[in-house]
Write a protein that binds this ligand. Structure first.
Ligand SMILES: *[C@@H]1O[C@H](CO)[C@@H](O)[C@H](O)[C@H]1NC(C)=O
Ligand SMILES: *[C@@H]1O[C@H](CO)[C@@H](O)[C@H](O)[C@H]1NC(C)=O
Ligand SMILES: *[C@@H]1O[C@H](CO)[C@@H](O)[C@H](O)[C@H]1NC(C)=O
Ligand SMILES: *[C@@H]1O[C@H](CO)[C@@H](O)[C@H](O)[C@H]1NC(C)=O
Ligand SMILES: *[C@@H]1O[C@H](CO)[C@@H](O)[C@H](O)[C@H]1NC(C)=O
Ligand SMILES: *[C@@H]1O[C@H](CO)[C@@H](O)[C@H](O)[C@H]1NC(C)=O
Ligand SMILES: *[C@@H]1O[C@H](CO)[C@@H](O)[C@H](O)[C@H]1NC(C)=O
Ligand SMILES: *[C@@H]1O[C@H](CO)[C@@H](O)[C@H](O)[C@H]1NC(C)=O
Ligand SMILES: *[C@@H]1O[C@H](CO)[C@@H](O)[C@H](O)[C@H]1NC(C)=O
Ligand SMILES: [Cu+2]
Length: 784
């Protein structure tokens, strides 16, 4: 469509700049020259306007805590009357009690449904708080629930034990609790003393690099140790790897590891366990020194001190690509926004879809009450955990398993760059979370936009025996609403997309970019990944992103149907010459009990969540299919001591459970340091309960086996590191939900060759730029 393309471009030039909403500070920093161009051209373009507003049918009962409630809870906890004997975190040492964080507590579904669907009361709001209790005789971390909110005479502080099945409720042993500032500070004197003692050795091995302590200006090595740092909470250790510091320190690891024991709250008892370098273990300083003096230490390659190669900036040395100085194509909501928002209630309506968005500091954005054309499909859709497990013949990679909720993944969701992270003109929402008694705003951290799918939703050109090639020709526009956020948790930038398609299907996508957690490169270590730079190995690892989909297909009475495609030998009397012959048939059954399971080999089974009591016009039960997308994997290793019982949710592609108020989450946020004695053991959800005609929850995993490569430098690419799944109507309707869309073209050619072309009033000129679509152009488009 040559003419239309021309119209589109002039349209851009005319009206682009007025699409920009008021800017905040960080956004202003991020804005680039293109975006700054601010003409005063008439702002009459359709897409310049924000989304029309709507009013949510009910208030958002899943909303995060308000700043007022957070402050009130903070003050309530710190009131001496609460009896918690809390110290301010800034002043706290290991043997004090202090607040780790406060967040909203999941609202029980059994309280929400009567409110949402009937005249039930507004569910009470509760906060949850994790308090480190180093001041106790048996120090631990204890989680509390505080409510109802707002704080009043009725508000109480109770131990939050009910949702943990590990046996100790909301209590986590001191050794396994989050490794925060005070714990890190407590280990530094030991590390500094050991590393000062051997500074001549590290300087000789690592280009003058030495470590004298976190606050010592002479230190020019940085250190890192990950998780788990305990197996069952009776011990704590740090397997420390040294690196060259800087913005890309993840990419400049050194071949030097210090292993220490840091059990308990008495730092004077912390001790050296040994050193590792050159794949050898040295239990004492003396052992290390004698190896050094014997000249046996040292690596073949030097790590790069200047890691400019690891920055995501322009690298002219890669060459010039013709025409690359031109602006790249963009998705633009050219006809004006086609979704409605209730920002106060974080509620969205789009093309038949409606849903609420919520947010938690650990899980990030969550979706509730997802309906299509007024019928509920999913009660809750939320990311539950982002796990990564590494492999390598050295202590750091072998020891590393991450649960990113431990690091409060939700608070790592940051500002998005318009035009790059999300299309120009997207709706941006701020993210608000609380830190102690204050409220932090991460500006423009959620974006909402409708995107051209760049392929039609459906089409058919009915071949005919006339002379014109076709007689009837229909094609329907493909578009989807995408809700996106990006969490940068340490090294990785996880991009979370939820795509609401026109036909009632819903796609969940996760992508990963950012730095590899790399290792020092030794020759002949290909088993754990390739050499990707002078002295850097891309460490092999798995990413497993666990999600919860609490389906409510037309109510809570649902079942999971498994339709296996089977090859069977049959005979058919009209093919006597074949005798028995093989063909395929469907073997459908209903899954009886809760279980973890994997997709069939060759994807030879279909999974459908359906309501056996609700049928479509054809008498078929109405349901939604779970369609595997790209890279729907589970963890490669199932019996690692580092992820033994605290990562069970990562070990199957799918799972189905009965919904229970006391099983809201797949994982607990401090489970990572308890692999052999978990606070929450997902596998205990599977206790033989029936999932037939029950309220069921589907847990699914996306992820990537990260086969690292030189192209992970400087950072991993979103093109390759992505995984997806689709939930698609399966006999939910009586026909495809594309008939009611006006964004389509319909053409008919009669016997005389006269073309009728129907655009249903939807053309490019719905914006200012009026441009006739001249009839003669059709000839060139359709070659008739
Ligand atoms: C836009 O208009 C305002 C008010 O007339 C003026 O102050 C401003 O300089 C104009 N901006 C540009 C980029 O022309
Ligand atoms: C309160 O905690 C402090 C440590 O922060 C401790 O020294 C003190 O004994 C505690 N008081 C009570 C009454 O438990
Ligand atoms: C360094 O470590 C060795 C071996 O443990 C010890 O004998 C020596 O006293 C230490 N030196 C210093 C300065 O701490
Ligand atoms: C570390 O600091 C020392 C002393 O300033 C210097 O000689 C050496 O080059 C530095 N090494 C690195 C890797 O930064
Ligand atoms: C986002 O936060 C900034 C800074 O606090 C504020 O100016 C802006 O109005 C907020 N945006 C929205 C949509 O609330
Ligand atoms: C938050 O706590 C700090 C330190 O205790 C205090 O200075 C500040 O006034 C508090 N802010 C509010 C809003 O209460
Ligand atoms: C069908 O019969 C053939 C011949 O006996 C056999 O080789 C094949 O495995 C059978 N297929 C199935 C699905 O049983
Ligand atoms: C489904 O319908 C049957 C027959 O009407 C009824 O007996 C049964 O209780 C219904 N089941 C559910 C879960 O509603
Ligand atoms: C939520 O349900 C659990 C399990 O039934 C219960 O223990 C808990 O008290 C409920 N929470 C609220 C806020 O009512
Ligand atoms: Cu990776």
């Amino acid at each position: 469509m040559r003419l239309s393309t021309f119209a589109y471009l002039s349209f851009l030039g005319l009206a682009f700049s007025s699409a920009v909403p008021p800017l905040g500070y960080e956004r202003r920093l991020l804005r680039d020259a293109f975006d700054k161009r601010s003409s005063n051209a008439s702002s009459t373009s359709c897409f310049a306007d924000g989304a029309p507003s709507t009013v949510a049918p009910k208030p958002n009962v899943w909303a995060p805590l308000s700043p007022t409630d957070n402050l009130a809870v903070w003050n309530f906890l710190h009131d001496p009357a609460a009896g918690l004997n809390l110290t301010h975190p800034d002043e706290a040492v290991l043997t004090d009690n202090y607040v780790f964080w406060i967040d909203v507590l999941h609202t029980n579904k059994s309280d929400v449904l009567p409110f949402l669907d009937g005249e039930g009361p507004l569910p009470a709001k509760y906060a949850r708080a994790i308090i480190f209790q180093g001041g106790k005789a048996d120090p631990d971390s204890q989680e509390y629930m505080i409510g109802p909110l707002p704080v009043s005479a009725e508000t109480t502080i109770e131990k939050l034990d009910y949702m943990y099945n590990g046996g100790s409720g909301g209590s986590v042993p001191y050794n396994a609790r989050y490794f925060d500032g005070p714990r890190s500070t407590a280990t530094d004197p030991l590390i500094a003393s050991i590393m000062s003692n051997i500074s001549d050795i590290t300087a000789a091995l690592f280009q003058g690099g030495a470590y004298y302590g976190a606050e010592d200006e002479r230190s020019n090595l940085s250190l890192t140790s990950g998780t788990p740092l305990s197996f069952d909470g009776t011990q704590a250790f740090r397997n420390i790897m040294f690196r060259f510091p800087g913005p890309a320190s993840y990419m400049t690891p050194l071949d030097f590891f210090l292993l220490i024991d840091c059990t308990g709250t008495d730092a004077s008892l912390y001790s050296l366990k040994g050193f590792v370098t050159g794949e050898k273990f040295y239990p004492t300083i003396a052992d290390l020194r004698s190896a050094f003096e014997a000249g046996t230490l040292g690596a073949e390659y030097d790590q790069t001190v200047d890691a400019d190669w690891a920055l995501v900036n322009y690298k002219p040395e890669l060459g010039v690509r013709a025409l690359e100085e031109r602006l790249a194509p963009s998705t633009i909501e050219i006809g004006g926004k086609r979704y409605k928002l209730d920002e106060e209630n974080q509620y969205v309506e789009y093309m038949g879809w409606s849903f609420y968005i919520s947010y938690s500091q650990t899980l990030g954005f969550m979706f509730f009450d997802i309906k299509f054309k007024g019928e509920r499909i999913i009660y809750e859709l939320s990311m539950q955990e982002a796990t990564a497990q590494y492999g390598g013949n050295q202590p750091k990679a072998a020891n590393t398993v991450y649960h990113d909720t431990y690091y409060q993944l939700g608070t790592s969701i940051g500002t998005l760059v318009e035009g790059f992270d999300c299309p120009w003109g997207s709706t941006f929402w701020n993210l608000t979370y609380h830190s102690r008694n204050t409220t932090v705003v991460n500006e423009d951290s959620l974006c909402i936009f409708e995107a051209d799918m760049n392929f039609p939703l459906s089409r058919h050109r009915a071949a005919d025996s006339n002379d014109y090639g076709f007689s009837k020709f229909g094609t329907v526009k493909g578009a989807a609403l995408i809700v996106r956020s990006i969490a940068t948790v340490g090294n990785y930038d996880y991009m979370f997309d939820y795509s609401f398609h026109m036909d009632g299907s819903l796609e969940v996508i996760v992508r990963a970019s950012g730095y590899l957690q790399s290792s020092f490169y030794y020759p002949n270590q290909g088993k754990w990944g390739p050499r990707i730079q002078q002295a850097t190995q891309g460490s092999l690892h798995d990413h497993i992103i666990t999600y919860k989909a609490d389906f409510d297909i037309l109510g809570t009475s649902n079942a999971l149907q498994v339709s296996e495609l089977k090859a069977v030998n049959q005979s058919q009397p009209w093919f006597p010459e074949l005798g028995t012959f093989e063909q395929m048939e469907l073997d459908a059954s209903i899954m009886e009990t809760e279980q973890q399971f994997n997709y069939f080999p060759n994807n030879q089974a279909m999974y459908v969540v359906l309501n056996q009591n609700e049928t479509n016009a054809w008498g078929e039960p109405r349901g939604y299919r779970i369609v595997p997308g790209r890279s729907d994997i589970h963890l490669s290793i199932l019996n690692s001591p580092w992820s033994l019982k605290n990562s069970e949710f990562a070990k199957s592609q799918l799972a189905v459970t009965r919904q229970h108020d006391n099983e809201p989450y797949a994982n607990s946020v401090q489970n990572i340091n308890l692999p052999s004695k978990p606070q929450q053991d997902f596998s205990k959800f599977f206790d033989g309960e029936s999932v037939v005609d029950e309220d069921l929850v589907v847990w699914f995993n996306l992820g990537m086996h990260h086969f690292t490569r030189a192209e992970d430098v400087p950072v991993t690419l979103y093109t390759e590191a992505y995984s997806s799944i689709v939930f698609a109507p399966q006999n939910f309707f009586d026909r495809a939900q594309d008939g009611d869309l006006l964004n389509r073209r319909w053409m008919e050619v009669d016997e005389e060759g006269v073309l009728t072309y129907e655009a249903y009033g939807v053309t490019l000129e719905t914006c200012d730029v009026v441009l006739e679509e001249p009839a003669e152009s059709l000839g060139t488009i359709f070659d008739i």
